[in-house]
Design a protein around this ligand. Structure first.
Ligand SMILES: Cc1cc2nc3c(=O)[nH]c(=O)nc-3n(C[C@H](O)[C@H](O)[C@H](O)COP(=O)(O)OP(=O)(O)OC[C@H]3O[C@@H](n4cnc5c(N)ncnc54)[C@H](O)[C@@H]3O)c2cc1C
Length: 454
């Protein structure tokens, strides 16, 4: 939305394609329609999104809702599915702003009905005012986990427990980042506020939990974990897992843009120049897809990317674009000052395979387990792309969005080599599942066909 508004200010023609049926993305989901009481539950940051949505609506940008981008070519053809039909548009420049996805959390039992992610539960809260059952256990770590806990409590609902995988006393590595974080005191205060709301509500809070597992015959019945050598088991029919978010890089991967491994955020991110330009000249990335920075950082990155496009196309003089972008970058850096602290404070375990349970599913679409990946690695499978041929991992409906990172990290751990040596899935369109009927009606523009053949 921010990129569209900025581009429209200089008169650029803008089409925003979004698979949702209303603007707002993750953080401001359903913001135009949420009731006043729901806005109270979700907090003042959520309310702020209402203003952004209004500015976007007045910007004159074309808005394609329920339009899922399934294909982008390196020369600017964008294919999107809308109500069962695929259309292609040719763009001069493309800004990919597909946001973040939750970091996969593969532990024994995580695919049982009754276990889902905190993000999914929050999506239900925002879109349908659905509040989890009072026996729900939140497990894992990261700001979104505490934010959601506080939102549920604000909605007047209790929680069964919080099973925190981060230590009660912050690690030294996190404390070292505290001076930088003090440049963004607002976020520190927000964090204290969330934790104190949880404490006041007397939610049982276990810190430093390891070896999490979910048990149940055909649905979630309990979560077990150990803290300081002591074993715990909580009976519950709903476990909500979360261990941070990572950039959604599916499209930049499919475009074969250059990527880098971010050691601190433990994820892949596209390599970008100061405007957000990828290794492809006319393709930019903005928002959390460029690296996790939060909603305001996403907005600044959107505006900077738009300014880059405006400078490229001559809609704005380069000097003027640089001047405005300079101001934005200062604000962006201020927003990002808290990140190293948060990234260290809520660092997930280095390996997703967690407890050495060979039956833990890593790729849930194809039901590929840790043990099966181990067998493939033992007979020479070197990386995720080879694993597709061995086990079809990453070839199910999610197209590797859920398991990509865990597969790379698991193979890296098993081979005892850095994850950068193991690499990531090479993805291909369609980026999201498309029905056969839709495919049968689809025609790909000629120039793009040529590019695909090359
Ligand atoms: C589940 C979840 C919940 C979160 N909740 C919060 C929160 O409550 N508070 C907070 O501060 N931060 C939250 N975050 C972090 C947060 O997402 C951001 O900091 C912020 O929303 C980033 O903005 P963005 O514009 O980069 O991405 P987003 O807001 O995620 O917007 C990306 C948009 O791209 C669309 N999209 C993705 N792929 C396609 C495609 N192929 N075709 C068409 N459209 C596509 C998505 O539907 C979405 O509307 C959450 C993250 C996740 C993963």
């Amino acid at each position: 939305m921010a990129a569209s508004v900025e581009a429209r200010k200089a008169g650029a023609s803008v089409l925003l394609l979004d698979e949702q049926d209303a603007v707002g993305g993750q953080i401001y989901r359903n913001v135009e329609r949420a009731s006043s009481s729901m806005r109270d539950v979700l907090g003042h940051e959520y309310r702020y999104g209402g203003g952004l949505a209004k500015t976007f609506a007045a910007s004159g940008a074309s808005y394609g809702k329920r339009s899922t981008v399934i294909d982008i070519s390196r020369d600017g053809w964008v294919g999107y599915e809308h109500e069962g039909n695929v259309s292609y548009v040719k763009a001069g420049h493309i800004i990919i702003a597909t946001g973040a996805a939750e970091r996969p959390f593969p532990i024994p039992g995580w695919t049982l009905p009754g276990t889902m992610t905190v993000g999914a539960a929050q999506t239900m809260l925002k879109s349908s005012a659905a509040v989890p059952s009072p026996r729900a256990v939140l497990a894992g770590t990261g700001p979104l986990l505490y934010l959601f806990a506080a939102q549920v409590l604000r909605a007047g609902r209790k929680l069964g427990a919080i099973v925190d995988t981060s230590p009660r006393i912050p690690r030294l590595s996190a404390m070292r980042q505290l001076p930088g974080a003090l440049r963004a005191p607002r976020y520190l205060m927000k964090g204290f506020g969330l934790l104190s709301a949880i404490r006041k509500a007397n939610v049982p809070h276990y810190w430093g939990a390891i070896d999490l597992r979910i048990d149940g015959l055909d649905k979630t019945e309990s979560i077990s974990f150990s803290v300081g050598g002591r074993q715990h088991r909580i009976e519950t029919d709903l476990v909500l897992l979360h261990q941070g978010v990572i950039p959604n890089i599916q499209i930049t991967q499919a475009l074969r843009c250059d990527h880098r491994w971010d050691e601190l955020q433990m994820c892949w991110a596209p390599k970008l120049d100061i405007w957000g330009r990828t290794s492809l000249e006319r393709i930019f990335v903005a928002g959390d897809g460029a690296g996790i920075g939060g909603a305001l950082a996403a907005e600044y990155r959107g505006r900077i990317a738009a300014l880059g496009v405006l400078a490229d196309t001559g809609k704005l003089a380069k000097d003027e674009a640089s001047r405005i972008a300079g101001r934005m970058r200062q604000a962006l850096n201020k927003e990002l000052a808290i990140r190293p602290f948060l990234d260290q404070l809520y660092q997930p375990p280095p390996s997703p395979s967690g407890p050495k349970d060979q039956s833990t599913i890593i790729c849930r679409c194809e039901e590929v387990t840790v043990g099966q990946i181990g067998e493939a690695v033992a007979i020479g499978c070197a990386g995720p792309n080879q694993l597709k041929a061995f086990l079809r991992a990453g070839m199910g409906p999610c197209q590797g969005r859920m398991c990509g990172l865990s597969v790379s990290q698991t193979i890296s751990e098993m081979r005892d080599v850095p994850v950068t040596e193991v690499g990531i899935y090479r993805l291909r369109p369609p980026f999201k599942p498309v029905s056969l009927l839709t495919l049968s009606k689809m025609s790909i523009p000629d120039r793009q066909k040529q590019e695909r053949r090359q």
